[in-house]
Unconditional design. Structure first.
Length: 446
């Protein structure tokens, strides 16, 4: 694998600006998470050059530590990862199938759940896939580091971004705050008294839902703090499941149980557990001994998987959803959580990020074919921001509405959500629409 700090040979199809040396590359990407890295690979495969600037060191990208999060992927998302080559780098035990889903209101077993599944005669025989977040990060980095046309600058913090009439500009320092043209790049390099300055026709912010780059670009965002914390972990269980994901809306806590492949070393049965609760309750749960925590999860799930045991540490994340006021502007675009930071209950966060990768790549390919500037604001709005907004807005607002309804303990919301579930159980077209959204096969705005 070539060193990722070395600028690779330029691919044959380039913009004139990159070819004549006025720009360092075609697209600057801030953020080396799986969305930013996937965009870099996608652009390189389309004949563009991309430079990714990431605060974390190379080692953290190449071998990220498990963070407890399991990502539910739709079929189109898996197709995108296959096209990029990162899916092929997953280990056999790192991806599993979600065959069906059940939504429970109140205590598990207290009322019939809403069951969601697909018929194999009409497409894939399962709703989607589940993959650990750290595996998605690792494989995205591995492909990016091996892809000609992608340059990775790791251990870098962005000091300044700006857009001018003819370029997007970025200045970065080493992550420890010192200056240096070579400091922090993979493989080292000579230090300098000046920050590294980069220019490109387009800059993409992909640096999390709390994006500092988005703020420097002058793009605001609306956030919804749900006042809750998500606890995620892996647990072993005694009784076999059937590949069904369960979303249990309790009156105090929401519990999700997601099926995982067995442990590759022992064959033990595993599931992912996601507990969403008020922050003070989350602190109490995190303080419990592992056996007591497992007993509470087992009880809330009605003992359906038999005895449960915690096998990994618990990870906690604050629950804040974010919506950027716009997804693009003059010489800039937002991708992934920097554009839309979703509540995890409908599992659409990373799927939206990969949909953005496809849309933005297609927009830039169209620009090149038409001889247009890659940073043209009208082009980015028409071919990327507007269709991505039409796709993401109903998912974002619908998800937030579900969360508000199913975490409200008052009597009227309880009655309303029961009515919603009962109606969905009786209406086959509504169930089919929900399944289509879960699988990523529902019609999308172009």
């Amino acid at each position: 694998m070539p060193p990722s700090d070395t600028a690779p040979a330029l691919p044959p199809a380039l913009t004139a600006a990159a070819r004549n040396g006025t720009h360092d590359c075609d697209v600057l990407i801030v953020g080396g998470g799986p969305a930013g890295l996937s965009l870099a690979v996608s652009l390189a495969q389309a004949g563009f050059t991309a430079t990714v600037v990431e605060r974390q060191p190379e080692a953290a990208l190449a071998a990220p530590a498990p963070d407890g999060r399991e990502i539910a992927l739709t079929h189109p998302s898996a197709d995108t990862l296959r096209r990029l080559g990162s899916w092929q780098r997953l280990l056999p035990h790192e991806f599993g199938r979600i065959h069906a889903a059940q939504v429970h209101d109140g205590p598990v077993g207290g009322a019939p759940p809403l069951r969601l599944q697909t018929e194999s005669a009409h497409g894939p025989g399962h709703l989607g896939w589940i993959v650990p977040n750290h595996a998605l990060r690792r494989t995205a980095h591995a492909v990016a580091a091996a892809t000609p046309g992608v340059r990775l600058l790791t251990g870098r913090q962005v000091a300044r971004v700006a857009v001018t009439a003819d370029a997007a500009e970025l200045e970065c320092l080493s992550a420890d705050g010192t200056q240096g043209d070579g400091a922090g790049e993979t493989g080292g390099g000579a230090r300098s008294t000046h920050p590294l300055r980069l220019r490109a026709p387009l800059l993409v912010a992909a640096d999390s839902r709390f994006s500092a780059t988005r703020r420097q670009l002058g793009i605001g965002a609306s956030s919804t703090d749900f006042g809750r914390t998500v606890i995620v972990c892996r647990m072993q269980h005694a009784q076999a499941g059937d590949g069904t994901a369960h979303e249990c809306f309790g009156y105090e806590r929401t519990l999700a149980i997601l099926p995982l492949p067995p442990d590759p070393d022992t064959g033990a049965l595993l599931c992912s557990v996601v507990v969403t609760t008020r922050t003070h309750d989350a602190a109490a749960l995190l303080a419990l001994p592992p056996a007591e925590f497992a007993a509470q999860v087992q009880a809330q799930f009605g003992g359906r998987l038999g005895t449960m045991r915690l096998v990994d540490e618990r990870h906690a994340y604050p629950l804040v959803a974010v919506w950027a006021h716009r997804f693009s502007g003059h010489r800039c675009a937002l991708l992934g959580d920097a554009a839309v930071g979703m509540h995890p209950v409908t599992a659409h966060g990373y799927n939206l990020g990969l949909a953005g990768v496809e849309r933005l790549t297609d927009a830039l390919v169209q620009a090149r074919r038409a001889g247009r500037d890659l940073g043209d604001a009208d082009l980015l709005q028409r071919h990327y921001a507007r269709p991505h907004h039409r796709h993401a807005w109903p998912l974002y607002e619908g998800t937030n509405a579900i969360v508000r309804l199913y975490t409200d303990d008052r009597a009227l919301p309880r009655l309303l959500r029961r009515a919603v579930l009962q109606g969905a159980r009786r209406l086959a077209p509504l169930q089919a629409a929900i399944v289509g959204q879960l699988m990523g096969t529902a019609p999308q705005a172009g």
